[in-house]
Each structure stands twice: as structure tokens, then as C-alpha cells.
Write a protein that binds this ligand. Structure first.
Ligand SMILES: [Zn+2]
Length: 125
């Protein structure tokens, strides 16, 4: 009997707990629903915190600077998140940069007239 792609079980490592599991989809990343939720909830919380910091730096710069919210602050947030991941014994909580570039790179760069590599000449405002 011929197997379709969705019927084939693949061995994967859970992004959250690091356990090996078999998944039926080639994109399976989590061994269980609790692991999937934990990973996504941690990213949502951290993402909102970073969003607020970056938006304050960009659009409320004077107050952000007075309060010590700058790139050093954001980098320290990242270091704190990384240390939390290590303490929780979970795998890295951020996606591969290639995935991020695939998803956002073309959209962000095209909007500002930059090349895909992130450099190049600015052609549009
Ligand atoms: Zn897991």
C-alpha cells in the first residue's frame, strides 16, 4: 500500500522538552499539546515585552532613554530569556534565522526598498 506524506511517521525532537517523538507530519515540532502551548506562550510573553521596549525606543525615544530602555536593555532582555531557557532545560525558544528571513525578510525589505541581504540602496521611503 502506498503511503501519503501525512501517513509517514517521522522521528523528531520536541522544541520544548527535547524528547524524541514520532510525528505524522514532516513539520511536527512538539511531542504534545502542553509542550506546544508552553513554547508558544513563552514566546508570546517575551515578544510582547520586546515589542513594547522596541516601540518605546522608536516612537517615545526621550522617555525610553530616560528610563534606560535602549539596545543594551533589549540585548540584556535576550540574555535573560536565554538564561531562563537554560534553567528550564528547554531547547532554544527562537526560530532559525532562515525561517525568520523567509517569513519576514522579503516583506520588510521590499517595503523599504532594501535588498534581500539586508543591505543595498534605499529606493523608496
Ligand atoms: Zn515535548
Amino acid at each position: 500500500m502506498r503511503q501519503t506524506l501525512t501517513e509517514i511517521e517521522i522521528m523528531a525532537i520536541c522544541r520544548e522538552c527535547g524528547e524524541k517523538f514520532t510525528g505524522k507530519r514532516s513539520v511536527a515540532a512538539f511531542c504534545s499539546t502542553p509542550c506546544r502551548k508552553a513554547w508558544h506562550n513563552r514566546r508570546m510573553t517575551r515578544g510582547a515585552q520586546m515589542y513594547d521596549a522596541v516601540m518605546a525606543m522608536r516612537y517615545d525615544r526621550k522617555r525610553a532613554t530616560e528610563l534606560g530602555i535602549d539596545w543594551t536593555f533589549v540585548c540584556r532582555m535576550a540574555e535573560m530569556f536565554n538564561a531562563e531557557d537554560a534553567a528550564l532545560d528547554v531547547r532554544k525558544s527562537y526560530r532559525d534565522p532562515f525561517e525568520v528571513a523567509e517569513e519576514l525578510g522579503a516583506m520588510v525589505n521590499a517595503r523599504h526598498g532594501w535588498t534581500a541581504a539586508g543591505g543595498g540602496k534605499r529606493t523608496a521611503a
